[in-house]
Design a protein around this ligand. Structure first.
Ligand code: G3P
Ligand code: CA
Length: 228
């Protein structure tokens, strides 16, 4: 069996506040092979690393991310001390020490993320394999492919692996990212026979990790990357 990549979900979310520089640094300290994060756009079109469309759950503020400017978002605090990072700040922290799985959540993120990846490839000599762009919004993934077919794509699904395979073929995706509860030995083989990598999420319990490993997946997305 080849080595299974350890991908830190929203940073090492099991140890530090999700989607913060502290969580991404923790993932690097744990020698994660990749980090996963979520993005929305601010009202002034900066790429903001945050899971929800509002700031209510994770910060001391209230409101929709896309109605607030970068300056307003930076004034917020996560657990009294941390700031919401921009995607650029995360790229610079990671600095190619592992790959970055960017999950597109908010409207407009496909264009902005493709442009930022192109900038890091053309001006900082980063490799396209330093990135993996995923989304449940498959039209966002289609936009990425039209903008730049070299960007590696992961097709997220929480409902249907067959449709994900069909869509992945149509856009020449690199990987399928299923909810791990959808995965079994048969469909894992089916995915890999079609040539796609499998990166299931979000697997935290040791027994679940052990079971999913028997499906010969390529990587596991976990809040505890050191358990993989
Ligand atoms: O990318 C996999 C996983 O992060 C998808 O679910 O809700 O944690 O973004 P969620
Ligand atoms: Ca995510």
């Amino acid at each position: 069996m080849s080595e299974i990549l350890k991908i830190a979900h929203r940073g090492a979310r099991g140890y530090e506040p999700e989607n913060t520089l502290k969580a991404f640094q923790k993932a690097l300290d744990l020698h994660a092979d990749g980090i996963e994060l979520d993005v929305h756009l601010s009202s002034d079109s900066h790429i903001i690393v945050i899971h929800d469309e509002t700031i209510d759950r994770t910060t001391n503020g209230k409101g929709f991310v896309n109605t607030l400017s970068l300056q307003q978002l930076k004034a917020l605090r996560i657990e009294n001390e941390l700031q919401i990072p921009t995607l650029t700040e995360v790229f610079d922290l990671v600095n190619q020490q592992c790959f970055i799985n960017i999950e597109l959540k908010g409207q407009g993120t496909a264009n902005a993320v493709a442009a930022l990846i192109e900038l890091y490839v053309s001006e900082k000599n980063w490799n396209y394999n330093s990135f993996l762009v995923s989304s449940f919004e498959w039209d966002f993934l289609q936009q990425i492919v039209l903008l730049n077919p070299k960007i590696p794509i992961g097709v997220l699904t929480e409902t249907d692996i067959d449709s994900a395979i069909t869509f992945a073929k149509s856009i020449k995706a690199k990987a399928i990212h299923p909810d791990f509860n959808l995965l079994n030995k048969e469909n894992a083989i089916q995915i890999q026979e079609k040539g796609f990598h499998i990166f299931p999420w979000t697997i935290n319990e040791k027994e679940d990790i052990a079971k999913i490993k028997t499906y010969n997946v390529n990587g596991i997305i976990s809040d505890f990357p050191d358990r993989i």
